[in-house]
Structures are given as structure tokens and as C-alpha cells.
Design a protein around this ligand. Structure first.
Ligand SMILES: *Cc1c(COP(=O)(O)O)cnc(C)c1O
Length: 357
């Protein structure tokens, strides 16, 4: 099975092997050491400023998105949300559930946001900003420099969901003055789903400490406190955290985050150059290295997904809702190679021969 989805993705053998081991008891100095290393490497890869912290939530990315909305904002905030697709919309729903006042910014379909779209909100008393830096549902990568400049100018607290972009596109918490970054285990980290991570700069840690969150599982104060000794408040997904540990160390040993991003980019660019001869249109005018969304001009997108899955043993990533028949996505994350790209291109060529596309 060749997996070109955007998560869960193909795990490399060294990570897969750990999945077959017994799960160790975790209230031990050994597991604390694993967690310290995980936190340290994450902070390093995000280039978080001094005295930043990372906490590990057992729950998919949405759990950390919800924890972020609950811990960093209150009913007294006034938040801007880039609502450019399924994931942006999830922040809208979370703010509704938690009664955080918000305004949506809706980008033109397939495009990032512009300076003009942001400047409308200059000096209007906004206190928070929520963005999925790669809106994975339609593969649009927003301009972090632009957003960060706007937030700094207006003294706005910036939370970036970088779940699909982390390890794929350059990202620098310190340079861009990002207060909070969220990522997850099953995208470019290429581990099983089940762990999400919240990286906080000192300002964000301060907000957590001052905020009174009405939740047991999502109160980050406790997670921060227990993290000081390399532990989590509740039983975490121990096995996945051990897999994350090995993966992070391997990235570190093979050139660090820049090299990892370069590998991702070369696979994405290779695919994009080879796909040009196919009857597909690029959907996004601002792509992350994580994924290429495509619109088939001569066939129904979801049919291509089904045929590749059932007849070629290849998974591409279907879209849902009203884009189901219009768009499919090809992910470039996980243990994929250039020759895997070639296999997918060959399958597309076969679909052309069969007059399916
Ligand atoms: C995958 C993803 C998430 C997390 O979704 P879960 O299914 O909860 O893991 C959140 N935001 C973005 C941008 C994503 O790509």
C-alpha cells in the first residue's frame, strides 16, 4: 500500500518496529528522560525563544486546538480567525463553543491572505489571532511574515496551528514572534495519530497561569507543572511518545529541521513537475511542501481516489463535503521517495490509457 494521504502517513521501519514492542510503565526516570528529549527537540525545531515550553496532549490535533482556545483566550478577548477551509472553520466552531468573541477573515478560494485584508483590522482592538498556517483541506499556505507583522504592530497574541506544515515549511517562532504553535504526531512527524503538541513562549505560559480553565483534561497549568519533571498529568500515549522520540532524534542526527524541510520540498517539487502533463489543475496558488491539491478536469475526484485505492493499492487523499467530487490531494509527508512519486504517476498514466481521466 502506497500512502499519499495527509495523515496518518507511511512510517519508516525504525518507527514501525517500536509499535510492536510492549508499552513500558511510565512513571519512571527513564520515561521522564524521553519526555525531556522530546520537549527539547521540539523547541529546537520550532526555534522557540528561551524559556519556552512544550506540552504533549494525548488526543489528536483538534484536542490541542481546543486546549489552546480554552487556555489562551477568555470571553474578554477579541479574536481574528482565518476561515479558509475545514481547519480554519474548526477554530470558528471552537470559539463559538467556548464563547470567545471572534471575527472571521475569509480568503479568496485557493489564495493566501493579503496585506489589505489584514489592514482593515488595524487598530480595532483585536487581542488574538488564530490561523492554520497550512489550511490542509485545500492546501493553502498563508504568509507567516505578513501575519506576524500585523500581530506585532497591533500587539495581538498569535496562535499558529502548524499541524501539517511543521517539518515541511520553514517556521521560526522566535523570528515571527509566535506565542503558541500547535502540531501533531500523524503528519510530517510520521508517527501514529494520538499525540498533539502545544509549544508556548513565556508570554503564553503566563496566560495559562492566569487563566481559570473549566476543564480537568485540558488545563495546561497542570501539564506545564508535571512537564517540569518530564511527566504528564494522566496516562499518555506512551508508545507514540517513544516513537516520536526516535523520530525527532533521527531528524536531529540527519541534519536537523532544515534538512528535513529540504527533503520534503524535493519530493513535493518532483511530484509537481511530473504532474503537469496530466489533466489536472493546481487548486492552490500558495502551496505548502506538505501537500498538492488537484482538480481533475476530466473526471470526478472521489472516483479517482476510489479506483486508485481498490485497483492500484495507492491512497491519495480525498476531500469531503462540497469539494468531494472537485478536489483530491496528494501528500508528500511520511516515508515517501521520488520513486514512490513515479509509481503514482504511472498509475495516473494507466488511468489515462483506460480513459478514466
Ligand atoms: C490534521 C490537521 C489537524 C488535526 O486534525 P486531527 O484529525 O484532530 O488530528 C488540525 N489542523 C490542521 C491544519 C491539520 O492539517
Amino acid at each position: 500500500m502506497l500512502n499519499f494521504t495527509v495523515g496518518p502517513v507511511k512510517q519508516q521501519d525504525s518507527i514501525l518496529a517500536i509499535g510492536g514492542e510492549q508499552i513500558p510503565y511510565f512513571r519512571t526516570p527513564e520515561f521522564s528522560q524521553t519526555m525531556f528529549e522530546n520537549e527539547q527537540l521540539l523547541l529546537e525545531f520550532a526555534n522557540a525563544e528561551n524559556n519556552s515550553r512544550a506540552v504533549f496532549i494525548t488526543g489528536s490535533g483538534t484536542a490541542s486546538m481546543e486546549a489552546a482556545v480554552m487556555n489562551f483566550f477568555t470571553e474578554d478577548d477579541k479574536v481574528l480567525i482565518i476561515d479558509g477551509g475545514n481547519f480554519g472553520h474548526r477554530f470558528v466552531e471552537l470559539c463559538m463553543i467556548h464563547r470567545i468573541p471572534f471575527t472571521r477573515i475569509i480568503p479568496t478560494f485557493g489564495y493566501g491572505i493579503t496585506k489589505e485584508q489584514l489592514s482593515v483590522f488595524d487598530g480595532k482592538g483585536y487581542t488574538g489571532f488564530l490561523v492554520n498556517i497550512d489550511e490542509t483541506s485545500i492546501g493553502v499556505l498563508y504568509d507567516i511574515d505578513l501575519i506576524s507583522e500585523f500581530c506585532r504592530k497591533n500587539k495581538i497574541f498569535l496562535i499558529v496551528d502548524s499541524i501539517s506544515s511543521f517539518l515541511c515549511d520553514p517556521f521560526d517562532m522566535k523570528k515571527n514572534k509566535v506565542q503558541v504553535m500547535i502540531t501533531g504526531s500523524q503528519k510530517a512527524l510520521a508517527c501514529p495519530p494520538g499525540i498533539s503538541m502545544i509549544i508556548m513562549n513565556p508570554e503564553a505560559i503566563d496566560r495559562v497561569k492566569k487563566n481559570n480553565v473549566r476543564s480537568m483534561y485540558f488545563d495546561l497549568k497542570v501539564a506545564l507543572k508535571d512537564g517540569e519533571r518530564g511527566q504528564t498529568p494522566f496516562t499518555p500515549a506512551v508508545g507514540i511518545l517513544r516513537q516520536i522520540n526516535v523520530r525527532l532524534k533521527e531528524i536531529s542526527a540527519s541534519g536537523g529541521v532544515e534538512s528535513e524541510i529540504r527533503r520534503r520540498k524535493s519530493i513535493a517539487l518532483d511530484f509537481r513537475s511530473k504532474i503537469k502533463k496530466m489533466p489536472f489543475e493546481f487548486v492552490s496558488h500558495s502551496m505548502s511542501n506538505a501537500v498538492t491539491p488537484l482538480h481533475p478536469k476530466t473526471a470526478v475526484a472521489y472516483d479517482i481516489f476510489t479506483i486508485l485505492k481498490n485497483e492500484y493499492n495507492i491512497w491519495i487523499c480525498p476531500n469531503s463535503g462540497n469539494l468531494k467530487d472537485e478536489i483530491f490531494r496528494v501528500g508528500h509527508i511520511g516515508a515517501l521517495s521520488i520513486s514512490d512519486n513515479d509509481k503514482l504517476i504511472e498509475a495516473f498514466e494507466d488511468l489515462q490509457r483506460r480513459k478514466i481521466i
